[in-house]
Design a protein around this ligand. Structure first.
Ligand SMILES: *Cc1c(COP(=O)(O)O)cnc(C)c1O
Length: 636
């Protein structure tokens, strides 16, 4: 507890770090946000993220930076595999677990490389949903053993490539999503003389809650319905290939917040599995797809940004449900496959950025009246201000809003000048701040206190683009933990929303996971003149990178990968340079060299006209040239 009655525990509670941080992220005594790693000998080492910024800067990687902590990916892959192994051992399940990572969740080469390397001890495989992803899987895995699960539409080229790899010993599974794929697989197999390993994707009737629930239920666009499934089985029987059908797949959707939905799905899938066994298919694998959720809010609830279960409960429930349903039918236990993407990679990446500027709204002072207090709107607002008390708060709030709107209308009609309007807005904000002070003591004084908070919140201008780096925050209102990287031993006494660099009205973050509920403002610290203020957005490793776009031509950020050693030292393993201005211009079909040449001529014309000198021209041209090579974000 320090002078303003604030402790690290308060900060932890406010930003819910212990909730979403999953033991990987904590606040230390110095008030810094740290990454915490368990060592082999059961110690923990902690690295403060803010302390890495200097190291990155020295390597020419100014903010914004996407930081990858490889240890967190390593740890998640081990946790998923080991927790399943433990659940299998404890329950006496007679089968094993094989994970696959769905490439679409993060296709970046460095991530897939790490997934393969860290997954090797567990034979963790890859899931491919397109030809390009299959190429990634086939070349990155290098040695046979792990599963390569092929979902998505497969044309002849796709199938032949997969069959070729099957011959090399790779376990490539073709999951049939539509009946039309079967003839292609059968013909290619015949032509090449290689027997395929076939899976079927079923459409479950179980419906799940959450944001992605349209991938489940009758109307899901993916997978075979009961009739189509029977057709595929008959087709295989007819071709004398039923022995190739060994794999059953389903996917209920991503981020399933409620464990009950997961159990219901498994139970229904087991019925399909048992029926396929009954049809005579030598079934071996049951693949549950993705869905293992990440608790972005840290509430451990069934809200769409959270999950009401932990990894252990997930694994135990899956193993025990399969065991109990199949034991009833006297069927051998399959190898359990899951395709967890989000839960595997979300933790390992975080977006770090600095605040460039702040517009404050809550510090208004009463304007100096210079003879214009006679203006009736100003006069009314003065009365409103003077009449303010806990009893009159609601009425004064309403009146203030009314007079402010009057003033805006009068301004439109040309009836009041800019300077009067400016004073009106100023008094209005003073009244709002005073109402807030009353509400802090008497929470029921007005009916919509949230509106007041939002109105009085500061705008913190941040050096990144929501569209490029957090597309889901914009597209589907996904909540990500957004937390200062330092100063947690000071009480954050400002309420803010975050605006990005795009000047787009959607380029903002105004939904935050907080102590009690989702909040529309985020408490932050006052920025200081002599010190940068740093924030991080966490759990962004899944889905955010390739879905991001070039809105306002803000490009890819730098990416820095680190590995934290057991002695607490940090290896800078990889750096990927973000887009330069020239890069993003070329994506939209400009040729940077031509732009430069054209600019030279424009400037040369100015020399000819006598507007600037030749050396001034050269200076301009050099600036343009340097600008093309620069980072697309704000450079200090
Ligand atoms: C997207 C997808 C996944 C990954 O889901 P997560 O919820 O991220 O684990 C797995 N399987 C299939 C078929 C998918 O389409």
């Amino acid at each position: 507890m320090n002078k303003d009655n604030w402790s690290i525990a308060d900060a932890d509670e406010l930003y819910r770090v212990s909730g979403w941080g999953a033991g990987f992220f904590k606040l230390n005594e110095e008030g810094k946000l740290v990454v915490s790693i368990d060592t082999q000998d059961k110690r923990t080492v902690e690295v403060a993220i803010v302390d890495l910024i200097h190291g990155m800067d020295m390597r020419g990687k100014a903010l914004p930076v996407l930081l990858r902590v490889q240890n967190l990916l390593e740890r998640q892959i081990s946790l998923i595999n080991e927790t399943f192994a433990k659940a299998i051992e404890d329950s006496g399940y007679r089968g094993q677990y094989r994970g696959v990572f769905p490439i679409k969740v993060n296709q970046q080469a460095s991530v897939i490389e790490d997934v393969v390397r860290f997954g090797k001890p567990y034979q963790h495989g890859l899931e491919a949903g397109s030809k390009a992803e299959l190429m990634i899987a086939l070349s990155m895995l290098q040695t046979p053993g792990p599963l390569i699960v092929c979902n998505g539409y497969k044309d002849r080229e796709f199938v032949e490539l997969g069959l070729g790899m099957l011959r090399l010993g790779f376990k490539v599974v073709f999951v049939i999503e539509t009946p039309s794929e079967l003839p292609i697989i059968l013909e290619s197999s015949k032509a090449l003389g290689i027997e395929p390993l076939i899976g079927v994707r079923t459409k479950l009737f179980s419906h799940v809650s959450g944001h992605w629930n349209s991938t489940s239920g009758d109307r899901s666009v993916f997978g075979l319905n009961a009739k189509q499934l029977v057709d595929v089985v008959d087709g295989l029987k007819e071709a004398n290939m039923l022995h190739c059908l060994q794999f059953l797949h389903y996917h209920l959707g991503s981020q399933i917040p409620n464990i009950r939905d997961i159990r219901t799905g498994v139970r229904e899938a087991c019925r399909y599995y048992a029926e396929l066994v009954g049809e005579g298919a030598p079934m071996q694998y049951l693949d549950l797809g993705g869905g293992l959720a990440v608790d972005y809010e840290g509430t451990r609830s069934s809200s769409i940004h959270s999950r009401n279960y932990g990894l252990q409960e997930y694994c135990v429930d899956v193993v025990e449900t399969i065991q109990s349903v199949l034991d009833e039918e006297g069927i051998e236990h399959p190898t359990i496959v899951t395709e967890s993407g989000r839960a595997t990679v979300a933790y390992s990446s975080m977006l770090l950025f600095n605040i460039l500027d702040v517009t404050g709204f809550s510090d208004a002072t009463l304007p100096k009246m210079e003879g214009d207090e006679d203006h009736n709107i100003l006069r009314e607002l003065r009365y409103t201000y003077e009449a303010l008390s806990p009893k009159t708060a609601q009425e004064c709030f309403n009146d203030a809003v009314y007079y402010r709107d009057e003033a805006r209308d009068a301004f439109m009609r040309g009836q009041i000048p800019l300077r009067i309007r400016s004073k009106v807005e100023q008094i209005f904000m003073v009244i709002m701040a005073a109402v807030r002070t009353i509400v802090q003591e008497y929470p029921d004084a007005i009916s919509e206190p949230e509106m007041l908070e939002k109105m009085l919140s500061d705008i913190y201008y941040a050096n990144f683009s929501v569209f490029q780096s957090l597309p889901d925050a914009w597209a589907i209102d996904q909540v990500f933990p957004l937390v200062p990287l330092h100063r947690h031993n000071e009480r954050p006494n400002r309420n803010a929303i975050i605006a990005d660099l795009t000047c787009d009205s959607d380029g903002k973050i105004d939904r935050f996971a907080q102590k009690n509920d989702e909040s529309r403002v985020l408490p932050l610290h006052e920025i200081l003149d002599n010190e940068d203020y740093y924030l991080g957005v966490f759990l962004v490793g899944a889905y955010q990178e390739t879905l991001g776009d070039l809105h306002n031509l803000l490009g890819d950020t730098h990416v820095v990968s680190i590995y934290i050693n057991e002695d607490g030292s940090v290896d800078y393993v990889r750096e990927v340079e973000g887009d330069s201005v020239a890069d993003v211009l070329s994506y939209v079909e400009y040729q940077p060299q031509n732009l430069l040449a054209q600019f030279r001529q424009t400037a040369e014309q100015a020399v000819r006209n006598g507007t600037i000198s030749a050396s001034e021209r050269q200076h301009l041209v050099n600036q343009f040239d340097a600008g093309l090579r620069g980072y697309t974000y704000y450079e200090q």
